[in-house]
Design a protein. Structure first.
Length: 452
């Protein structure tokens, strides 16, 4: 969650789609399965922030080293983003998902038993590899199980799980840690991951492989509207270099990078900020940390998912609806500046809730944009670039926060840098992204460079 969720259509629209009323809802079983998977793998991610003090004591590390340790996951996660799309297209969601869930299960158990810091780094590197396919695979699965006009809410189900996981995971994992120690907290997430591995192995099927999918629901799923990715047109592909200088791509890259910077800063550092900067005892900091994430879960589903879909279905201009939610939500993220000046827990939680709540509302819209601003042949490349940008920002957030806190013994500059990055991201959305629509068709000669 920080991570990629681009959707691309696979078949042309039908002239008279079957009505949604009366259609069985087996597709929602898949949406909930994917959401639970994100919930589980974010337990693995947030476990590190809960264990900050214990790891500092166990391995004798500083906040700077902890910053590097928290970024270790993002390094391998980012490195896997561009090739994982090719692997998914070749092997499919079911096979890749099984391997992925098994690897992140092993990584959790490895962290629990490692005897030294080097082994812990290795476990975090493996976790990044194991969880790298999660969001691309979820996006591909939603693309197969839902028509394009009904993907907002289904997408927000697994995006919001990235916010709900810290809300319930921090106090739950914190309770295990306080009762049994940090090694048992990682072992617990390993057990949960293993059970999800078994459920995913048993339940997930593509629509074409599901024997219980009815013909009525299959016809409903196969309908796609005309929005996004120049559906039905075989527009030429662009090189990666050409896409990197496209105004819309740059605007989305800046905005999404800013979102992910704040997301990972709070994911890894929020409990420590509450306990060290505001002098809240560790048990209470775990409980208080859940408040902003619960609020973010509600805005993600309610605004970024349901409200956006609802307004577009009622005939509101799709680009305008998405731009308003995207820009205003990211602007609310500037509430992080209020937390920089907070002197008590209540002030801090209000400002942080405003910040992450606004960003969460914007997140499902941002995840959907690669398929709405690129031709079909470029959606994968644009999604990979955007997700890579987000992970690099997550790495920067983890490391830079460690340096700033260590140097100033305060979180003021850490939050100020996050706000400055958000201002750049908002400018990217306003001045570079512009109207949310596919590019104008180009002649074959304009894409002489060919695919990257």
């Amino acid at each position: 969650m920080a991570d990629q969720k681009f959707i691309s259509a696979e078949r042309p629209p039908q002239t008279s789609p079957p009505p949604e009323t009366g259609v069985p809802r087996r597709r929602w079983r898949i949406a909930w399965l994917l959401g639970i998977g994100v919930l589980v793998n974010y337990f693995d991610r947030v476990n590190l922030s809960v264990s900050h003090d214990s790891l500092v004591a166990a391995f004798g590390i500083s906040d700077v080293v902890f910053g590097y340790l928290s970024s270790a996951y993002n390094w391998t996660y980012a490195a896997c983003q561009l090739p994982i799309g090719v692997v998914l297209d070749k092997l499919g969601v079911r096979r890749v998902g099984r391997v992925s869930t098994f690897l992140w299960t092993v990584a959790s158990f490895a962290a629990a038993v490692t005897p030294n810091l080097s082994g812990f780094f290795g476990a975090r590197f493996l976790l990044g590899v194991g969880e790298a396919p999660t969001f691309p695979a979820n996006a591909k699965a939603i693309g197969m199980w839902f028509p394009s006009r009904a993907r907002g809410l289904s997408t927000s189900l697994f995006d919001s799980a990235a916010k709900f996981a810290p809300a319930i995971g921090v106090p739950f994992i914190g309770a295990v840690l306080l009762a049994a120690g940090w090694r048992w907290s990682f072992a617990m997430t390993g057990v949960i991951s293993f059970f999800y591995f078994l459920v995913f192995w048993r339940v997930y099927r593509d629509p074409a492989e599901d024997p219980e999918l009815t013909e009525a629901e299959r016809r409903y799923i196969e309908h796609h509207d005309s929005e996004g990715a120049l559906e039905g047109q075989e527009a030429p592909s662009s090189s990666l270099g050409h896409l990197l200088v496209e105004r819309k791509v740059i605007g989305l890259l800046l905005g999404f990078g800013a979102y992910n910077y704040v997301f990972y800063m709070l994911l890894y550092w929020l409990p420590t900020y509450l306990s060290s900067a505001l002098r809240i005892n560790l048990a209470h900091s775990f409980a208080y940390s859940s408040v902003p994430w619960i609020f973010a879960t509600a805005t993600d589903i309610g605004i970024g998912g349901w409200l956006v879909d609802h307004l577009i279905r009622r005939g509101c201009a799709a680009s305008r609806v998405r731009r308003v939610v995207l820009i205003s939500g990211t602007a609310f993220g500037l509430g992080i500046l209020g937390a920089a000046r907070a002197h008590d827990a209540m002030q801090a939680l209000v400002w942080i809730s405003i910040s992450i709540g606004g960003l969460a509302a914007a997140a499902p819209v941002a995840w959907s944009l690669p398929s709405l601003i690129a031709v079909r042949a470029d959606v994968g490349k644009v999604g990979g670039v955007i997700n890579f940008s987000g992970q690099v920002s997550g790495i920067a957030a983890s490391i830079l926060t460690g340096y700033l806190v260590s140097a100033s013994h305060s979180y003021f500059w850490a939050f100020a840098v996050a706000a400055a990055y958000l201002a750049v991201g908002i400018a990217g959305y306003v001045f570079l992204l512009g109207k949310i629509e596919p590019p104008a068709p180009r002649h074959e000669g304009a894409a002489a460079a060919g695919p990257a």
